[in-house]
Design a protein around this ligand. Structure first.
Ligand SMILES: [Mg+2]
Ligand SMILES: [Zn+2]
Length: 201
């Protein structure tokens, strides 16, 4: 495993059209429930976040790539190997596709923080790699995630960030921070973003 590149899993054929906007999705805490202090290392530990389909269903009708970007230091820590991570991914992507949700690709940083790789969020490596594969225009794309590292990753690449935090209180953050506390709000914010992008053209 290279110390610099993310794991790349591609589930549909990247088109050859002009540059396009994309939706980047964090995994733990957005797609599936987080495991406090631990990692999802087997399918039995993977449980979908409630209401997820409400947030993601409308994305399937556009041609925009929908791409997972997730830090999984558990790989380099030896808690699960790349093959097992890929198997879990194939499984949740196919379960989602049965409910009409399309995931086009998944990128994982397998490195521990001390490896100082270029792909562990908040660094931009996974988004840059995805952008190369899918011909993505980062400036018109969005990243949805549940931690400030996701927001920082978006800021580092010029993407828009949507911070999904169901339990968020009255914390302060950057003035332009977009926070969604429900899956419906994630859907509404995504809608808003892409309709404002289209009206600009
Ligand atoms: Mg997360
Ligand atoms: Zn990495």
């Amino acid at each position: 495993m290279s110390a610099t590149s993310p794991i790349e899993l591609v589930f549909s054929t990247p088109g050859r059209g002009p540059r396009q906007s994309a939706v980047f999705l964090d995994r733990d805490g957005l797609i599936n429930r987080k495991i406090a202090g631990g990692y999802v290392t087997r399918w039995s530990e993977f449980s979908f976040m409630p209401g997820l389909e409400r947030a993601l269903l409308s994305l399937a009708s556009s041609k925009r790539p929908v791409v997972i970007v997730s830090n999984q230091a558990c790989v380099e820590k030896g808690l699960l190997d790349e093959k097992a991570l890929a198997a879990i991914t194939v499984r949740f992507v196919s379960e989602l596709s049965r409910t009409g949700i399309r995931i086009d690709g998944a990128y994982y940083c397998p490195h521990v923080p001390s490896a100082r790789c270029g792909c562990r969020k908040p660094r931009p490596g996974m988004l840059l790699r995805a952008a190369a594969t899918w011909n993505i225009e980062l400036a018109t794309s969005v990243l949805v995630g549940d931690s400030m590292a996701d927001v920082e990753t978006a800021m580092a690449t010029g993407c828009k960030a949507i911070l999904f935090q169901p339990d968020r209180g009255e914390e302060t953050g950057p003035a332009d921070l977009v926070v969604a506390q429900t899956m419906d709000e994630v859907a509404r914010r995504l809608d808003e973003h892409f309709s404002s992008m289209e009206s600009r053209v």
